[in-house]
Every structure is written in C-alpha cells, then in structure tokens.
Design a protein around this ligand. Structure first.
Ligand code: GH3
Ligand code: MG
Ligand code: MG
Ligand code: MG
Length: 317
C-alpha cells in the first residue's frame, strides 16, 4: 500500500473500545432522572454519554447527534419508548442507530414486541451493571464493524468519495424519483485529460495523489449545489444533479471543471495541457422522450467524447 492509500483507507475497528480514536456516543433515555444517573455512571468509561428524560427530546438528540447506541426506557409519559423506537426506525437519519430497551416491563410479550420493533437487545430492570456493560460493549463493537463494512462497500478506498456501487444505487433512486414526481434530473460525466501521461511522467503513486485531489476538488465544488460526486471508474467521475434541468446542469458542470483547473496541478510536459484539467459531458432527463436511464447515460457519454474531441478542459451539454 502506498502513502495515499494509507491516508484515506479506513482502518478496521480494534476490538477493544478503549483503543478507538473516536470514542462511541451513547444516548440514555429514561423519564426517571435517577435511572439516567445510574446508567450514565455504569457506562461512563465507554465514551461520550448524553441523556434525555422524554421521548421527544430523545428523538431530537438522536437526529442531531447520531449516537452509536440508544438505551431506551419503555414506560415514559407522553411518548413511550416503543413509539420512540418506531419513529427512529421510520426516519432516514436514525434508522440505523441500534436501540437497546432497558425497562421494568419483564413479560415475554413486552420483550418480543421490543425486538419486533427493531431493537437489538432487551434488558429488564433492575439490571446487573456487569451484564449491561457486557451487552453494551458487544453492541458498540458490532456497530463499529457495520460502519466499517458500509464504508468499505460504498466509499472509494483511494479517493474517499462514493464509489461506483454507491453511484449506481443513487442514480437508480434519483431516476425513479424524477419520473415519479416529474422533477428534472441531470448527470455530468467527468474524465481527467491526458491522465496516462501524468502517470507515465510522475509514476502511479503521484497519479493516485492527483486523482485524490481531483476527487476532493469536485466533491467540494458539488457541495455548493448538493451534487452527488462519485468515482465512476479509473480516472472518471460522475455527478448526479437532482432537480436540475439542462441549462443549470451546464452551469454546474462548468463549476466542476473550473474547480479542478483552479487546483493548478502541474501536468506532465508530454500532456496537451500545462495543468491537470477535466472534460465534462452532461445530459438531462427528457420527460417528453420515452428514454431509459441508460439512454441518458449514453448522451452524457457522447458529450464527454465531444468535449475530448473539441480540445478537452471544457463542458459539452
Ligand atoms: P484522455 O484525455 O483522452 O482522457 O486521455 P487519458 O490519458 O486520460 O485517457 P486513457 O483512458 O488513455 O488513460 C487513462 C489512464 O488513467 C490510464 C490509467 O493508467 C489511469 N488510471 C486509471 N485508474 C487509475 C488509478 O487508480 N490510479 C492511477 N494512478 N492511474 C489510474
Ligand atoms: Mg420510565
Ligand atoms: Mg482521461
Ligand atoms: Mg477515461
């Protein structure tokens, strides 16, 4: 593994929580302040603990802080723990946060209901501190492994931007949403100019660093208009532009192109450009035509090739 890879690739989690660079975040929810206090004390050395004494506050904190684990009481006035769990599982931002119920409701039916609602564990009060600690520890380790695996599956290990699999999922969803709600959708395909020469001149390691910088510049520029940038292939990137028509897509693609040019990375002397640049082809979904996603893709690709033919470092829409 070269330097760049070491800098960006995520490390597999250490099985010992104490060795984690980022300590886990735990949210304790109970309407009884004494229970909150006891749980916070029992778990204090695991990481960063926050608490809520109502269901509404719990949901607010879960959304905002995205804890790694929620310990959730069931019997609470106004909103009970089951309802909090249902709400968490219904929202994108909190769906994947594991929940352990900690409750005085000890009947089998109560426990079955908790697990059916999506909780990963169920602890009855009065609880034993070592058992709570052991269960919490094992769930925190599992959560970190899940985070690691989804990072590995969906983020490009070299550049740190979303990978091809991630892109395919997103563009499929964006296409369906665009058709269903009759909203505009555009796509930009971006390819580094004369990249083979860059590699040949500076070596593959430097080429990797250059790719990473290009990815970073594209990602930062796309944030301004909520574009989704992914590494599509070797030195090729793609940007999904939801709610964006043909005209605006061309403007945004120009911003992406300019962002790479602004990095002013010196190119190989054998390359046709003195600095590293990209060519961009865009296409918008045409609601009048009976097109497929593949057709839109093909048009963007054709435009990318036209941009190459017309001298590179330009956008064709
Ligand atoms: P054009 O302007 O027409 O796009 O020319 P090009 O040289 O960029 O195009 P070509 O497709 O001939 O070469 C792409 C190069 O990208 C070849 C390949 O070695 C390089 N490449 C692809 N993936 C990686 C990577 O992960 N790291 C590095 N360093 N190079 C890569
Ligand atoms: Mg209670
Ligand atoms: Mg290229
Ligand atoms: Mg290419």
């Amino acid at each position: 593994m070269d330097q760049t890879r070491q800098m960006t690739a995520m490390q597999a989690p250490h099985p010992d929580i104490a060795a984690w660079e980022q300590p886990p975040k735990i949210l304790v929810v109970d309407d009884e302040p004494l229970n909150v206090q006891v749980l916070c004390e029992v778990l204090a050395d695991f990481g960063q603990i926050s608490f809520a004494t109502s269901g509404a506050k719990a949901l607010e904190l879960a959304e905002r802080e995205r804890p790694d684990l929620v310990l959730l009481d069931v019997m609470m006035p106004e909103m009970d723990g089951y309802t909090v769990c249902i709400e968490m599982k219904a929202r994108d931002r909190t769906r994947d946060i594991p929940v352990i119920f900690v409750t005085a409701l000890g009947m089998d039916d109560d426990e079955a209901k908790g697990i059916e609602l999506g909780a990963i564990d169920y602890i009855t009060k009065p609880f034993s501190a070592p058992v709570v600690r052991a269960r919490v520890r094992s769930q925190l380790v599992l959560k970190r492994y899940r985070d690691y695996l989804s990072q590995v599956a969906y983020i490009d290990g070299l550049t740190g931007v979303p990978n091809r699999r991630n892109f395919d999922d997103r563009i499929d969803a964006a296409w369906r949403d665009s058709v269903l709600r009759n909203r505009p959708l555009s796509l930009a395909l971006i390819d580094i100019d004369f990249f083979k020469q860059y590699n040949d001149h500076y070596g593959h390691g430097a080429g990797d660093e250059c790719l990473t910088r290009v990815a970073g510049a594209l990602k930062t520029a796309a944030q301004a208009f909520s574009g989704f940038v992914a590494r599509y292939g070797g030195e090729e990137f793609a940007c999904i532009l939801e709610g964006t028509d043909e005209v605006v897509a061309a403007e945004r693609a120009e911003k992406l192109r300019a962002a790479v040019e602004a990095q002013a990375m010196v190119h190989a002397p054998t390359a046709g450009n003195s600095i590293v640049t990209v060519s961009v082809g865009t296409a918008a979904r045409n609601p009048q035509a009976d097109e497929t996603l593949r057709d839109m893709f093909q048009r963007a690709d054709n435009n990318l090739y036209a941009a190459k033919r017309l001298g590179r470092n330009c956008v064709i829409s």
